[in-house]
Design a protein. Structure first.
Length: 302
């Protein structure tokens, strides 16, 4: 019953006025946040599938959304250069500031919630104090636009990925630890696995690489047919969902590297993926403006 409600509500034609670009589950799994090309951030009630709040404010496409560790705050970033913080309970804007010169492509809360990392088209990674909305540190190293950032579960490392074809690892204080090279062309996404020892990245070359954070060694998964737009680890770390530009969605067994399930919807390529905290549901968003709840084992709509 719940899955059906989610599909009907999230899949409704008016979920977003345009492409769904980003998704995030609240830590308690009760709320799903989405952002779109229409510049609106939306909150959905996971128990009913109903929209809880529509939060306009960004003047251009929302590129990324992320919940604070306590689930009380939602951060969003957009092509308008701004980061905005929202009160999840009320849907009201709490704070905003211009984070980069140009588009903000990525953001991530540290596990303790005291730092917000951002990535921008200005080629920089920045660390901010979310409580004050102030810049704390600038991390320069990428030679082109930066697309994504992700903290390790213990908060000791920060990963970034960019157009220069590299994934970079930084300490929480902003010191560069290691440069991971291997991708041919732009790296669009990077995420840490739940164990903090592995991170996955993907981009223009259609190859998802699983990196050992301690050694920098990579294990590539079978090549995809097109640009990798989204990757998401299941909470248990055993599965990795990969969405590509051609509309292919594949669920990989992380240990074996084999595809456990896959589907393709060429008319509505996937732009965003997010596992629910219990790992049973994979939320997907695409160019058709719909958000769909899928069975995380079979990738079928629930």
């Amino acid at each position: 019953m719940l899955g059906t409600v989610l599909l009907l509500a999230f899949g409704a034609p008016f979920a977003h006025g345009d492409v769904v670009t980003c998704l995030a589950w609240s830590p308690d799994g009760k709320t799903l946040a989405s952002g779109g090309k229409d510049g609106v951030v939306r909150l959905w009630d996971a128990a009913t599938g109903r929209e809880r709040a529509a939060m306009p404010g960004h003047t251009r496409m929302v590129t990324v959304v992320a919940f604070s560790p306590d689930g009380k705050t939602l951060a969003s970033a957009a092509d308008d250069a701004f980061v905005r913080l929202w009160d999840v309970e009320t849907g009201k804007e709490v704070r905003r500031w211009a984070a980069h010169r140009g588009e903000v492509r990525g953001l991530a809360f540290s596990p303790d919630g005291k730092t917000l990392a951002t990535a921008g088209t200005d080629g920089l990674v920045k660390l901010h104090d979310p409580a004050a909305g102030k810049e704390r540190a600038v991390l320069a190293g990428h030679r082109d636009e930066v697309n994504a950032v992700a903290f390790s579960p213990d908060g000791k490392l920060l990963a970034s990925a960019g157009w220069d074809g590299t994934v970079r690892l930084w300490t929480a204080a902003g010191e560069e630890v290691r440069v991971l090279r291997g991708h041919e062309g732009m790296v669009r996404v990077v995420v840490f696995g739940p164990d903090g020892k592995t991170l996955a990245s993907g981009g223009k070359d259609g190859v998802v690489r699983l990196w050992d954070a301690a050694t920098g060694r990579a294990r590539p998964l079978p090549a995809q047919a097109d640009l990798v737009r989204a990757v998401a680890f299941a909470p248990d770390g055993a599965r990795l969902a990969v969405g590509c530009k051609d509309g292919t969605l594949t669920l990989f067994d992380v240990r074996t590297g084999e595809a456990a399930a896959s589907l393709r919807q060429a008319d509505a390529p996937f732009q965003a993926l997010a596992f629910s905290p219990d790992g049973k549901t994979l939320a997907t968003g695409g160019v058709d403006g719909k958000v769909t709840a899928r069975d995380a084992a079979t990738l079928r709509p629930r």
